[in-house]
Design a protein around this ligand. Sequence first.
Ligand code: PLP
Length: 367
Amino acid sequence: MRNLREINSFAEGLEMTKVHNFSAGPAILPKEVIDQCISALQNFSGTNLSLIEVSHRGAEFVAIMDEARQIVKDIMQLGDDYEVLYLQGGASTQFLMLAMNLLKTKAAYTNTGTWASKAIKEARAFGEVDVIASSEDKNFSYIPKGFSIADDYDYFHCTSNNTISGTQMKDFPTCGVPMVCDMSSDIFSRELDFTQFDLIYAGAQKNMGPAGTTLVVIKKDILGKVDRQIPTMLNYQTHISKGSMFNTPPVFAVYASLMNLRWIQSKGGLSAMEQRNTEKAQLLYSEIDSNPLFKGTTAVEDRSFMNVTFLLEDENLNDSFLKTASNAGISGIKGHRSVGGFRASMYNAMGLESVQALVELMKNFKR
Ligand SMILES: *Cc1c(COP(=O)(O)O)cnc(C)c1O
């Protein structure tokens, strides 16, 4: 038996090895979720078989898929006019799939970053694409506003949170055509009126689950309007008609996503997530603004509450700051090469204490 002193020093040792995971994606998940996955990998739902070695047509997994689809509608407060799919191929496949299913003649896009640019490029294979607003002129450091969307577009596409540049749409335009949104990096992070969107998609690995599945939420009445032949696997109707089980679904990623969505609900849903995320973001941005060594990279009103991008005034100190961070157990804050400096991604599962650790480090960082 360990005595109290040994237990305490053991606990301190654990404390010292805690890693604060600021990775942009694949990203942090709640410890409870990881534990549930470990347990399901060993014994899934009382089967004495692993989650990843049972039939996806068995009652146990079918129940998981059904709940995983329903819980998204519950959290987003959507009705039966919407369908929820767990697909594969990442958000990157959605760039082409949504255009293939929705683009008849022309679509309107905003270009707010690297991912938006890729979505535009893919859509151009299927029709005319008008970039009706862009922030490319200033390295995507702001969200363009004040544009209007003509009624003759097949749809309007936007990116709610720009993972690389660190900007986020706080408001969405009123739109007389179907509104499609790439929410990969801020899905389930805040309260929104989700009924304003007709198609929402998100690679799970940022704020929803592990890599391997892509969430697609779709209002059914926008489908069936294009004349082209759509390959079976790339047709949303295929997956809708089979309850997201047309072919073998990514069982592990769906399971882990469901555990995380249950976690979100148990914590109080999107209003609780928004409160938590706002608190973390305010703490870090206020340090960036008050510490003379650092500066933000984006327009203040468009700052992302998920991916915080910032620079050192003296970029020669970058390596030294990264090294100090790594010694303090702070992981994943190196900025994307297109922005430089640092990026702290603070998805739902990150606790305030991790942001406090980063802020402490910034305060103490001296030349
Ligand atoms: C990461 C990301 C993507 C790409 O997702 P994949 O699942 O890797 O294809 C697309 N859009 C946004 C906003 C992202 O953050």
